[in-house]
Design a protein around this ligand. Sequence first.
Ligand SMILES: NC(=O)c1ccc[n+]([C@@H]2O[C@H](COP(=O)([O-])OP(=O)(O)OC[C@H]3O[C@@H](n4cnc5c(N)ncnc54)[C@H](OP(=O)(O)O)[C@@H]3O)[C@@H](O)[C@H]2O)c1
Length: 305
Amino acid sequence: MMASVLVVGGSGFVGSHLVRRLAGRGLRVVVPTRRRERAKPLTLLPTVEVVEADVHDEATLRRLCADQDAVVNLVGILKGGNGDPYGPGFARAHVELPRRVAEAARQAGIDRFMHMSALKADAAAPSGYLRSKAAGEAAVRSALPSATIFRPSVIFGAGDSFLSMFAGLMKFAPVMPLAAADALFQPVWIGNVADAFVEALLRPESEARTYELCGPTVYALRGLVACAGEYSGRRRPVIGLSPGLSWLQALALELVGGPMTRDNLRSMSVPNVCADGCELPFGLAPAALEQIAPGYLGALGRPSR
Ligand SMILES: NC(=O)c1ccc[n+]([C@@H]2O[C@H](COP(=O)([O-])OP(=O)(O)OC[C@H]3O[C@@H](n4cnc5c(N)ncnc54)[C@H](OP(=O)(O)O)[C@@H]3O)[C@@H](O)[C@H]2O)c1
């Protein structure tokens, strides 16, 4: 019986939605975080325990896995430095950490393990992000062959950092000079992603499977940015940059610690769309961005009271 779940990386955007759903089903959930403050809203949920812990430490992971029925790993970063095949930050967060978490789960006798990867993860992908996600999948599979792996396209919903970031930028920028404006995405709603994890946790047939997660529509990045502007009431002209200017923008933002790196740009050279259209697992119905995004992006555009 599934009674208790450890959600590593549970304090973030995906985690907070998933943890709420698990708690809503009466499951006990443990969420380790580097800073308890970051997971504060989750501490209000009655069956959720937020603990400050170093999840890179093997002894800590062994303690966290004791008495759990399942483990979910959601840890991920977008900036991991540069290097071949990937930068040191990606190696630590996307490869070494999942290996340690899966190994600790295996030693604790847990075989229900959910691992969050990314669409188009591939050892031969053009970015360190995607190559490290592929290495993380391989590390998890080798420690725990029964693990379930998810590969979503970009995820949207309340608290996202993608559409909300563009809406935030448009508050100040009169025009949006956009790198990789023709890059393709098939955004999937956070509610669908969280439901897919919950279903997989409860269904034995998800063992050893890899699921791609996409929404119903493919968009070019320029179209998504236009949506973010329209729904937040901050419509701005979007100006697609040439490949050379895109690279220069990414380099400049990387150097000042801005919201993009050259590695992110390389990730966007691969169409971020699902092989099987938008068929979600477990019979889930994919939600349209046009139905969901106006609600939470509209709130960003309204003055706070
Ligand atoms: N959001 C998307 O559109 C999207 C799309 C495809 C795939 N994904 C994948 O989905 C997962 C969740 O994404 P998200 O959007 O929820 O990310 P997020 O909001 O940034 O949350 C990241 C989580 O990972 C933890 N974390 C980050 N770096 C860490 C490190 N070095 N060591 C230990 N913990 C670390 C954070 O915990 P602390 O509380 O300790 O900070 C946080 O709980 C990631 O694996 C991401 O790659 C996301």
